[in-house]
Design a protein around this ligand. Structure first.
Ligand code: SF4
Length: 535
């Protein structure tokens, strides 16, 4: 028997150090670690101890005999990895034990943003004796895209919030939610109260197609749609045209697949998830039956992971369809992608059947319509134009970071300028003293949730290095004074206890309807739920 890592793997790597025979790959530092779709277990080496399963934060590890049917493929997917990457060395990675220099006193760090990168940075820092951490979040709720980006039907991926929650609950971590840096407190003020500030604000903008008609109503970004169905307070009032029968998604990554799945499934499928009520209600009136997902190039270049393609293939009540001539480059292959696409190419869609159609080699040319989107035109490799009628066109071509006032920004990459997470001047490489970054604003919008762990560890090492070298001046004020200051400016500050009350309220509302939680969407409702109840 063996254990098997499956589609939900977030590359967090918590499983690696606990494996007694070191049969999980790739490991941080391996050449393919930063690009791998997931981690894999070598069935020939695994001794079935189960330690990795207990450690996995998203429950992505199963025993071979207990593999759910729709994850059967993963037995072969795990084994196949080791055919080309045989294990050559099995000593465990050295445990990293960070500590502060004995002569430097305590270290205080502010983290701006409570998404995965911010939480991993808080985890690494708060484990060190003598370090205190303040986490700032613009919304009343933490966890960033784990709450407002991960698809509602990927419940296991959201389990990582439990692990992040235990980090935020550590006694040396303070939480300042519903507090916007730049509005309620400035970056210089944070530096007056901490040795260092880590910016982990993510990527809050989208890449653009740069074609005519892109700004017509009905052409939306995946970021907006995803935030809407996930109950992000900024998008609660958005409306999308869900009049079918067709919607087009431009893009070929996992987010494009999330959007396609959510739009194509019957609304009843979402009833058992934490999707926002307003979205379930709107989707129940949707008449979309076919979602066409388009890629500029052939399937061999697609950015989605095999796991997500497999998930799409197994989506209940939705047929996965492709055109034989467009997937010919991979459909003869016996690997998992080839087999799925060959199956999709052999599938014929019945009239009106719910479906997701994968199309390739379609380069967007223009979005057309009189006052609103009516169709989208693509150029094919033979230079002919194909126009698909659809009132909803979703751009899913990637997120992009936004400049941060006062910090050097690289317009080309949409990231802060930095060296190993230390924000610096692009001309001189000189550090902006005390300012660091992690996550998408540091490396661009790519990678899995767990990719942020390695990323944040690098930033933490830079902070400790600078602190040890005496480059971080002692702050003039402490955390208590900062909290007093912020409470005068933002009486609706949500702290740890407030967030726990929101969490309990949402879970209790969800329980009544058999859901993991029912999200509160409006800021005033979230703030009200954060207050202690009268007894
Ligand atoms: Fe390693 Fe045990 Fe997990 Fe097998 S079950 S991969 S031996 S930790």
């Amino acid at each position: 028997m063996t254990f098997v890592i499956t589609s939900g793997c977030c590359n967090d790597t918590s499983c690696i150090p606990v494996c007694p025979v070191q049969c999980i790959r790739p490991r941080p530092g391996d050449p393919d670690f930063s690009t791998t779709e997931q981690l894999y277990i070598d069935p020939a080496t695994c001794i079935d101890c189960g330690a990795c399963m207990d450690e996995c934060p998203v429950s992505a590890i199963h025993t071979e005999w207990d593999l759910p049917e729709h994850l059967d493929d993963y037995l072969g997917i795990n084994a196949a990895y080791f055919e080309t990457n045989p294990i050559s060395e099995s000593s465990p990675p050295d445990p990293i034990r960070r500590r502060l220099p004995a002569d430097r006193g305590r270290l205080s760090v502010a983290i701006v943003g409570s998404g995965p990168a911010g939480c991993y940075a808080a985890a690494e820092l708060s484990e060190i004796e003598g370090v205190s951490v303040s986490v700032f979040e613009r919304l009343p709720t933490p966890f960033g895209l784990v709450r407002t980006g991960v698809a509602p039907d990927h419940g296991n991926t959201k389990l990582i919030a439990k692990r992040f929650g235990s980090v935020l609950n550590r006694p040396n971590v303070r939480c300042f939610f519903n507090v916007e840096v730049g509005v309620h407190v400035s970056l210089p003020e944070l530096l007056e109260h901490h040795h260092a500030v880590v910016w982990s604000g993510g990527a809050s903008n989208d890449r653009r197609l740069g074609i005519p008609g892109e700004d017509l109503p009905g052409c939306v970004s995946a970021r907006e749609l995803v935030a809407w169905y996930n109950g992000h307070p900024d998008f609660g009032e958005r409306r999308f045209n869900l009049d079918g029968p067709t919607a087009v998604v431009i893009g070929n990554g996992n987010v494009a697949f999330d959007v396609a799945r959510i739009l194509a499934q019957p609304a009843a499928s979402h009833q058992s998830t934490d999707m926002a009520e307003h979205a379930i209600e709107a989707l129940s009136r949707s008449t979309i039956s076919d979602v066409i997902v388009t890629g500029r190039r052939g399937p061999e270049f697609a950015a989605y992971t095999t796991g997500e393609l497999s998930g799409l293939h197994h989506t209940e009540n939705v047929a996965l369809v492709a055109r034989p001539e467009e997937v010919a480059s991979v459909s003869a292959s016996t690997d998992r992608r080839g087999l799925i696409l060959a199956d999709a190419a052999a599938r014929h869609r019945a009239e009106g059947e719910r479906s997701i159609t994968l199309r390739y080699d379609l380069r967007p040319e223009s979005i057309n319509g009189d006052g609103a989107v009516e169709s989208v035109s693509f150029r094919r490799p033979d230079d002919t134009i194909e126009t698909i009628e659809a009132p909803l066109v979703v751009r899913a071509i990637g997120y992009r970071g936004m400049p941060v006032e006062g910090l050097p920004f690289n317009e080309r990459s949409g990231t802060l300028q930095h060296l190993a997470g230390s924000v610096c001047d692009p001309e001189t490489d000189e550090s902006v003293v005390g300012v660091y970054c992690t996550g998408w604003i540091k490396r661009g919008a790519n990678g899995m949730i767990g990719t942020n762990k390695v990323d944040s560890a690098e930033t933490v090492d830079s902070i400790l290095h600078d602190f040890g070298a005496g480059r971080l001046p002692n702050p003039a004020h402490d955390g208590e004074q900062l909290e007093k200051l912020i409470r005068t400016r933002q009486p609706d500050l949500v702290d740890k206890e407030g967030w726990t009350r929101i969490d309990q309220t949402e879970r209790s509302l969800g329980r009544k309807s058999g859901r993991p939680r029912q999200k509160l969407v409006h800021v005033q409702d979230l703030v009200a739920a954060s207050h202690p109840r009268d007894t």
